[in-house]
Design a protein around this ligand. Structure first.
Ligand SMILES: [Zn+2]
Length: 302
């Protein structure tokens, strides 16, 4: 089965815990992807707590980036580094797209071009902290997308880089929607109507995302799923979005290796086989399963 996962933080753990991409004790590894033909979005996460240990956010980015891309080269017989999903289903290898989570290193439009040259396909505008581009949801800051942030989004539109609005404040979400002329990604968030957590999005936001042509990746982190989260809770979110008419606008964004807890029934990447089984038990059509597992994400990543 083909599978696209729009968010995992494995490059972060690999750097700070010095471990391999092929086999490790993390929630994701190439080995744990066995049985699936995967395309994963691997995030270089700009952790504000860690960036201060480096001379600048850029040197932090470079360190994590160099470490991860070396590991990709080492495993080139298993995994292929790509900048879009165009050849995904015909590739004989697993695939990797690199992303950046947190725009704190963007202080000029040239820096956007720098990331583009480094084959970064997606930029999550903020993490939990606000930055030059926009206010984040968890900071509680108001203001939304800044003037500079608007220029950054336009530049990304022109280059073919995707804006990711997970972690963005509601105001930032709406501001980006009014300036972007390309579909956006909400890589790892759920439905606020099912679990009232600020990191999740409202029905109005999801309807707007549908109009925009964008896609949301379902996040596996229990606090974003609901009390006593298990695989069935995950499906409460999926089915809520389906009821809103979102069959072409949802996928997965597990957040593996970015979270310290997982729902009952999910241990690591290999648990996707149980999620797939649940879709079959729920009598989802082949077509719907393919859309959720990869076709929707493939559309905006192509
Ligand atoms: Zn995140």
């Amino acid at each position: 089965m083909f599978l696209i996962d729009a968010h995992n933080d494995t490059p972060y753990r690999m750097y700070f815990e010095q471990s391999s991409l092929y086999d490790n004790h993390f929630q994701n590894s190439i080995k744990k992807q066995k049985g699936f033909r995967t395309l994963l979005l691997y995030a270089i996460f700009l952790d504000p707590k860690k960036t201060t240990d480096f001379s600048s956010p850029l040197s932090y980015f470079d360190a994590l980036y160099d470490n991860f891309t070396k590991e990709l080269q080492k495993n080139a017989h298993h995994i292929e580094w790509v900048t879009d999903a165009a050849i995904f289903p015909s590739s004989q290898k697993q695939q990797a797209i690199l992303t950046v989570e947190g725009g704190s290193l963007i202080d000029s439009l040239e820096r956007v071009d720098y990331l583009f040259k480094k084959k970064i396909k997606v930029l999550t505008l903020t993490w939990n902290d606000s930055n030059h581009l926009a206010t984040s949801q968890m900071s509680g800051d108001s203001g939304g997308l800044t003037r500079f942030g608007k220029e950054v989004v336009s530049r990304m539109n022109a280059l073919g880089m995707l804006a990711d609005l997970s972690h963005a404040s509601d105001q930032t979400f709406w501001d980006v929607m009014s300036v972007t002329d390309k579909p956006v990604l909400v890589s790892h968030s759920n439905a606020r109507a099912i679990c009232n957590h600020p990191r999740n999005i409202t029905d109005e936001m999801f309807l707007q995302l549908m109009k925009n042509g964008g896609v949301l990746g379902i996040n596996f982190y229990p606090p974003f799923l609901g009390e006593n989260a298990n695989i069935s809770t995950l499906f409460s979110h999926i089915e809520h979005f389906l009821e809103l008419g979102g069959e072409n606008h949802i996928g997965f964004g597990s957040d593996f290796d970015g979270v310290d807890a997982l729902p009952a029934g999910i241990t690591d990447f290999s648990s996707f086989s149980d999620i797939l089984l649940e879709m079959e038990t729920r009598k989802y059509s082949r077509k719907l399963i393919e859309k959720i597992c990869y076709k929707n994400m493939m559309r905006i990543l192509a």
